[in-house]
Design a binder for this molecule. Structure first.
Ligand code: NDP
Ligand code: OXD
Length: 313
């Protein structure tokens, strides 16, 4: 048996090369689930995003699980997930920066009414807006003021939007108003003209974007969901847009991915759909994160990005 730690990649086989290349720089025995032969009892570490349910409990000597992404719902949805094994999520400034870019871009496309001008251009029509929207009157509300929500909020604040955030615990971020806990959700929603979801998907946050919460948004509210499809009740969104209460939405994530061709979300003119690309973990940075994480684990250190199993994120 090799003295080198064995790292098992549970990823789509056709993509495995993205990570095996940069991971090859480390002194690890790297195996790819479904491609290579290995013995479950030799697996020390796993790197994955959405492993098949029941798989992770079959490795008796597993020391740490590393997530390819920031969100770990793809692990914790496994009813047999071995909760005693540390699960380390990917927290990376480049990932947060790209997420913030996506959020800023779609906020501005909506705020600056770019879709109106796209439609005008398609008809070679020159028509200036008489009364453009005022930035100071467009209040941004961010559900989840964590790593990504905070950076997105700071970028929008720097563009002069009034920004609020909602989290479990109260935050002190200059220029961002903090709402905390279920008791302050209604007040937060009531002051969010553009609502941006950057929560982790947990039993507490599943379905949080629903008819009841939409009704609490100001008339004409706009929703950007960039967290997980499970946060959104899709028929409730369509109903709120069709009733005229909401002005539209941008969605990067869906309950079913890929989004089925038959989904009405594709064809709703007030909804912008992107295929879960708001930010994609850079394989080189992710590989470095795993190599560093294995070194920490081998030294017996707890990784700072270890998921708190009681909170679920
Ligand atoms: P963090 O864990 O850093 O932040 C989560 C935030 O949500 C925290 O502020 C936390 O509050 C808050 N929160 C969690 N549960 C509740 C609750 N029940 N009530 C109120 N607030 C709550 O996560 P990240 O910022 O790193 O990532 C956010 C999500 O973004 C990921 O989980 C993932 O789903 C998604 N994502 C999507 C990508 C894409 O391409 N579309 C790419 C990367 C991430 P507190 O601070 O008080 O604990
Ligand atoms: C993530 C994602 O969670 O890509 O990192 O969705």
């Amino acid at each position: 048996m090799s003295a080198r730690p064995t790292l098992l990649l549970v990823v789509p086989i056709s993509w495995a090369g993205l990570w095996t290349g940069p991971l090859g720089e480390a002194d690890l025995n790297i195996v790819v689930h479904g491609r290579d032969t290995y013995r479950p009892e030799d697996v020390d570490y796993v790197f994955s995003f959405r492993p098949q349910p029941g798989l992770l409990k079959t490795f008796p000597k597993l020391k740490t699980i590393f997530s390819v992404g920031a969100g770990v719902d793809g692990f914790l949805s496994d009813p047999e997930f071995p909760k005693q094994i540390p699960l380390v999520r990917f927290v990376d400034p480049q990932l947060s920066t790209e997420m913030a870019q996506y959020v800023v871009m779609h906020t501005l496309i909506h705020h600056r009414q770019q879709r109106v001008f796209d439609a005008q251009q398609a008809k070679a029509k020159w028509q200036q807006m008489i009364l453009p929207r005022k930035t100071a009157d467009t209040r941004i509300g961010i559900l989840g003021l964590g790593e990504i929500g905070t950076m997105a909020g700071e970028r929008l604040r720097d563009l002069a939007f009034p920004v609020s955030g909602w989290s479990r615990t109260r935050k002190t971020v200059p220029g961002i108003k903090s709402f905390a806990g279920d008791g302050e959700l209604a007040a937060f929603l009531g002051s969010s003209d553009i609502l941006i979801c950057l929560l982790p998907l947990t039993p507490d946050t599943r379905g949080i974007l629903n008819a009841k919460t939409f009704a609490m948004l100001p008339a004409g509210g706009y929703v950007i969901n960039v967290a997980r499809g499970g946060h959104l009740i899709e028929p409730d969104l369509i109903a709120a847009i069709e009733s005229g209460h909401l002005s539209g939405a941008t969605l990067d994530v869906f309950e079913t991915e890929p989004l089925p061709e038959t989904s009405p979300l594709w064809r709703n003119p007030k909804i912008t759909v992107t295929p879960h690309i708001a930010a994609i973990s850079d394989p080189r940075l992710a590989a470095r994160h795993v190599i560093d994480g294995i070194a920490r684990a081998e030294r017996g250190e707890r990784h700072p990005n270890t998921v708190d199993m009681t909170r679920g994120y």
